[in-house]
Design a protein around this ligand. Structure first.
Ligand code: GLV
Length: 388
């Protein structure tokens, strides 16, 4: 096994071992990718306050998210097409998460189905849904998630229409990949990936194909989005989804204090401050810059989580110090998966946990709950001084 010291090492291997179409899908933002870039570069603007001669013995990253015990407050984010980064990708990632003691969130746009993941895990996972027009299909998804014993639903509220990712169009992204001279030539260089794919039957959108009616091209994520997603979504409908599900609900994709208050009003159990990894509204603030004002608005009444831009344990610590109760990694675990399957996901989580616990010690904290803004050096104007 190569020596892996950071998420970037896994990313390099992921790029080498996985077809370009799928690597690019993960490593894209929408349009100019400004928000995608700033999600990471804004983390670097925050500095950590070093403390010495503080007892750092007995440190722990253990915490809770929506009342569930977690080994560290870092969940696996829902990522579409994970089973195309590596054969049976969602099953492998869910198993790695379970062994680490962190939540796994299955995307509706996964390759392995809800039932597949439930069959291969023993602890409840979370299931992500989009806001679709078709109540029958939504109800069936909820029913399947209940049968699979999912302990929460993560509703994505920022994707009724899809931000364009240029690379996906250029690569002709689809699952399974369409065979063109270009895609065949590229896949021929990814031998391990190809062997894995030949050995699995899971090569289609497992929650959609055979379940959703009237899908014109079941291999294309963008055409399903255009046909099935509800452009008329409002808060009433989100409240209805909560009622239909009847269990814990996390609303993902909140970037604004007023929206956070609306999420609170519809009874969400948590919100995720997220700009969808910079894949939707290009030009939106980075999540880490949006986080403080949302924590200030609702953080004492509802759990505020965050995603978009986390690539290290130091990033996790910064988000927690700004008031997030939990964080999510998407690309960071997908890099591990594409690099080395389940062992790679485990590695990515181990890297982050080790960075987190080391950094906790160096800022003089022993528990997650003790982290706060006092651990950060926040540049003046970090949140932006915008005209009202
Ligand atoms: C799906 O949610 C995506 O961002 O591709």
């Amino acid at each position: 096994m190569p020596v892996i010291t950071c998420i970037d090492d896994l990313k390099r291997l992921h790029k080498k071992r996985t077809p370009k179409m799928f690597y690019d899908y993960a490593e894209s933002g929408s349009y100019t990718e400004q928000t995608f870039r700033e999600n990471t570069s804004d983390f670097a603007q925050l500095r950590l306050r070093q403390k010495v001669a503080v007892d750092m013995s007995g440190r722990s990253t253990a915490s809770t998210m929506i009342g569930e015990d977690v080994a560290m407050p870092v969940a696996l984010a829902p990522v579409g097409l994970t089973g195309m980064q590596h054969a049976d990708g969602e099953i492998l990632a869910a198993k790695a998460a379970e062994k680490m003691g962190v939540p796994f969130t299955l995307s509706t746009m996964s390759i392995c189905s809800i039932e597949d993941v439930a069959e291969h895990t023993t602890k409840p996972f979370w299931f992500q849904v989009y806001t679709l027009k078709d109540d029958d299909f939504m109800n069936r998804l909820f029913e399947r998630a209940r049968a699979a014993k999912c302990s929460a639903i993560v509703i994505t509220v920022d994707l009724q229409i899809m931000g364009q990712r240029h690379k996906d169009l250029k690569n002709g992204l689809s699952a399974p990949p369409k065979l063109t001279p270009q895609s065949i030539a590229n896949m021929m260089t990814k031998v391990q990936w190809g062997l894995g794919m030949l050995q699995t039957k899971r090569r289609f959108f497992g929650n959609i194909v055979g379940h959703a009616k009237g899908v014109s091209d079941p291999s294309s994520l963008s055409s399903w989005t255009a046909e099935a997603f509800d452009e008329s979504l409002d808060w009433k409908r989100i409240a209805k989804f909560k009622e239909m599900w009847g269990g814990k609900v996390i609303l993902k994709g909140v970037m604004d204090a007023e929206d956070a208050r609306n999420a609170l009003a519809v009874g969400a159990d948590a919100i995720v401050v997220s700009n969808h990894g910079g894949r939707q509204l290009d030009g939106a603030l980075s999540s880490i810059r949006a986080l403080p004002s949302i924590v200030d608005a609702v953080g004492d009444k509802i759990e505020v989580h965050m995603d978009s831009g986390i690539r290290s344990g130091q990033d996790v610590l910064k988000a927690l110090s700004l008031g997030a109760k939990g964080t999510y990694v998407g690309r960071a675990f997908v890099n591990g998966l594409g690099a080395m399957g389940e062992a790679g996901v485990t590695k990515s989580l181990e890297v982050i946990q080790k960075e987190l616990i080391t950094t906790m010690g160096l800022v003089g904290e022993r528990t997650i709950n003790d982290l706060g803004r006092h651990n950060l050096l926040i540049p003046k104007g970090f949140e932006g001084d915008w005209v009202d």
